[in-house]
Design a protein around this ligand. Sequence first.
Ligand code: PMP
Length: 393
Amino acid sequence: MPAFAKRMSQVRRSFIREILKVTADPSIISFAGGLPKPDLFPTGPMADAAARVLAENGPAALQYSVTEGEPALREWIAARYKAKKNLDIDPAHILVTNGSQQSLDLLGKVFLDPGDLVGVELPGYIGAIQAFSIFEPAFAGVPLGPEGPDLDRLTEVVLSRRAKMFYAVPNFQNPSGLTYSLAARRAVAEILRMSDTVFVEDDPYGELRFFGEPLPPVTSFLTQDAYLLGTFSKIAAPGLRLGWVVATPDTLAKLVTAKQASDLHCSTLVQRILIQFLADNDLDAHIATIRAVYGAQRDLMIERIKAEFPAEVTCTEPEGGMFLWVTLPEGCSAFALFDLCIKEKVAFVPGGPFFVDGGGERTLRLNFSNADPERIAEGIARMGKGIKTLLAR
Ligand code: PMP
C-alpha cells in the first residue's frame, strides 16, 4: 500500500456511488441515484449554442480565462437573484465554480482546520460531509424536523460548542425533502447572528418548487460570514459542471486563490455555451417543464407508497426537489430491506450513511426525478413486497 496522506483516512467512500455500481444493471429499477431526468436535458438548444459560440468567437472560447468566472455568467446569476428573490447581489461577489461540490471543497479549504467543529443536519447531504471530511473536522449533527432544524441543538452546537461552520440545505433537502419554514429561517439566522460560525447555505433545488410560496434564503437575514451556493445542475444539466458561490469580498479573494491552486478556472468553452444557451432560450419555460414532470412523478410515487406500503411506514411529502424520505417501523433495518429489494430488482439508498452521529437505521431515501412513471409504479410495488417480507420476519 502506498503511504497515503493521513487526511485521506477520514474520508469515507460514498456509499451512494457504491450502490450506483449495483444499479448500473438496467433490469434494476433504481430510486437510489440523485439523477435529474435525462429526457429533459436541453440537448438540441445546447448543440445550437455550442455551434454559435465556436462559429462566432471560437478562439476566445478555447482560451484560458479568469478564475472568478465569465463576467456575463456572473451578471446573469446576479440578475436572476434580483428577478426571482429580489436580492441585490453584486456580480463581483459571485465566484463561478465547477458545480456546488467544488464550492463545498473550496469553502472547506478556506475555513476548516483539523479538529474544527462543523454542524450538519441529521440527516445531512453526504457529498458535503465527504467534501469537508478531507479537512479533518469533527462533525456535530443537528436533527431536522418538518419545520427545520432542532433549534436547541443548533444553539448548543453554534453558541456553546462554537462550531466553526454550519452547513444547511433549507429547500427540499437532500436526502429528506424537508424545507425550513419562514419562522425557522429567521430563528436560524438569529442564532447565527450571535456567533462567529460560518454559515454555508446550499440551494441546488430551490427552483424546483411544485407548489407553495418560495421562501427567502437564510443568508438574506444575515450580513456576516454567510455563503449561498447555487448550481446549474438541476435547472439545466449536471454535466456542465457549473455552479456558483455568493461570498463576501474578503472570502471571495481567498476562494479565488484556492480555486486557482486547484483548477485555474472553470471551462471557458462550457461557460460560454451556457451563456449563449441562456441568451437564446427561455430558462423559466424549461424549469416549468421540469417542475411539471417531477411534480407529477412525486405525486405518483406518494400515491403508490400509500397504496403499496403498510400503514406503519411513513414518508415526507416535499413541496419540491427530487427526494422522498421514508421511515420504517421501529426495529426494522433499511439495510436488511435493501438486500431483500435488490433480489426483487429495485434499489434505494438506506438512510444510515446520512447521519454523522450514527442512527437513521430505519430510514431510506427515494429519488422520484429519474425513473419513468411505469417504473415508479412497478418499483414501489416491488418495494412494498419487500417491506411486507421484512415485517413478517
Ligand atoms: N449539494 C446538494 C445538496 C446536492 O444534492 C448536490 C447534488 N447531488 C450537490 C450539492 C452537488 O451539485 P453540483 O452538481 O452542483 O456539484
